[in-house]
Design a protein around this ligand. Structure first.
Ligand code: PLP
Length: 409
């Protein structure tokens, strides 16, 4: 095996890359399916999927071939022109939602939500409505609008004054109702909160939100950036949350849509689909033929390989096995968007941070990659094509690592 190259990747980062992320010090070089390898040749079981992005795992031939074939034809042409991959993807997304409407394409989740904020304002402006109600513990992205919408105060620190017109409230219908007034334009929620610790909203709450919005003429938006597009074993996160009847007026996506190729977008009901007319909104890269070809291949493969069913089955397997492990208090979520809440445990010498972070670091050392969410929850987000054996292997690592953690009472 070749020795390390100097300066090392970590040294180059320390010198040249703005330190916005508290990264784990592993430089990844290669992935196949549910496995990744770092620069030192060490293999890991990847239950992060790049934070709910690599729906088909690493280096899936269908995604690779679709990217290669499209790259050979046309990578980018801007939204000055039409392209067939974008048109086909928009039609597919409408079919997935199951309600007549139209789609806008962009590049990320934060940007997809920005489109929703603009849609809410455009719809509300003639009636003096511009406020958007969101929930505590929510996460909607890192733009200025995104951190105003996000309910977690840690993302806002140091970036004031906040963008006007966002109200964060606890996830209870009376709190949303109390915040609703003549200036309210929309309510935006994640049917299953991801970054906030994998917390599904109750179906009754989602239905009550729909009724409240109908009563007041307010738009209901779902941020499905993390919980959408099959991750939960259903195409739509609100279906997994048990509220298929609480239909939204608009939905945002990103993450899994391109299987790792950057793409975001939102769908909006037919009645509001022409509010953002020519010249009102746009982005140079959004919905490039390359990105849309990737997304179409992801959709084809999820269908062809029955990955929604696999996500549900492997999700049940993991939920059952992980729920029985020592130190695990609760497993929340749906399909392969799972959060295991753990109790605190004795830190080893030199170990710092919340329990979720300390456990994540121990798991990495043992060869399993997971994502912390909040202080007490680790997220298990394997690709939708993860196998029974890979889930068993991940549980075995978790069991081994948790067995030696000394609970703190
Ligand atoms: C629910 C939700 N919305 C929005 C975002 C922001 O997406 P992006 O990081 O692509 O901007 C995220 C990212 O974690 C998310 O989980």
């Amino acid at each position: 095996m070749p020795g390390p190259t100097f300066p090392t990747t970590a040294e180059l980062y320390a010198r040249h890359v703005i330190p916005t992320y508290a990264r784990f010090p592993l430089a990844m070089v290669r992935g196949r399916g549910t496995r990744v390898w770092d620069e030192g040749g060490r293999e890991y079981l990847d239950f992060t999927s790049g934070i709910a992005v690599n729906s088909l795992g690493h280096a899936h031939p269908a995604l690779r071939d679709a990217l290669a074939a499209q790259a050979d034809e046309l990578v980018h042409t801007s939204n000055l022109f039409l392209t067939r991959p974008q048109a086909l993807l928009a039609a597919r997304l409408e079919k997935m939602v199951g309600i007549r409407g139209k789609v806008f394409f962009c590049n990320s989740g934060a940007e997809a939500n920005e489109g929703l904020y603009k849609l809410a304002r455009k719809h509300g402006a003639p009636h003096g409505r511009h406020e958007i109600i969101t929930l505590d513990a929510s996460f909607h992205g890192r733009t200025l609008g995104g951190i105003a919408a996000t309910g977690q105060s840690k993302v806002k620190l140091g970036f004031g004054p906040p963008v006007d017109g966002f109200i964060n409230v606890p996830a209870r219908i009376e709190c949303v109702a109390n915040a609703t007034g003549p200036r309210t334009a929309a309510v935006l929620v994640e049917p299953i909160q991801g970054e906030g610790g994998v917390r599904p909203l109750s179906p009754d709450f989602l239905r009550a939100l729909r009724a409240l919005c109908d009563t007041h003429g307010i738009l209901l938006f779902y941020d499905e950036v993390q919980c959408g597009l099959g991750r939960t074993g259903h195409w739509c996160g609100w279906h997994s949350a048990g509220a298929a009847d609480a239909e939204p007026d608009a939905v945002s996506w990103a993450k899994g849509i391109g299987g790792g190729f950057p793409l975001g977008g939102f769908w909006v009901r037919e009645a509001y689909a022409d509010l953002l007319g020519p010249g009102t909104h746009g982005t140079t890269y959004g919905g490039s033929p390359l990105a849309c070809a990737a997304a179409n291949a992801v959709f084809d493969t999820i269908e062809k390989e029955s990955l929604l069913a696999n996500a549900r089955e492997r999700g049940s397997q993991l939920r059952k096995a992980v729920g029985q492990l020592t130190l695990v208090h609760e497993v929340r979520g749906a399909g392969l968007l799972l959060g295991a809440e753990i109790g605190d445990f004795e830190p080893h010498e030199g170990e710092e941070g919340a329990p979720a972070l300390r456990l994540t670091k121990r798991l990495i050392k043992a060869g399993l990659l997971v994502v912390p969410a909040g202080e007490q929850t680790i997220r298990l987000l394997p690709p939708l094509n993860v196998t029974t054996e890979e889930c068993d292997a991940a549980v075995a690592i978790l069991r081994e690592v948790l067995a030696v953690a000394q609970p703190l009472v």
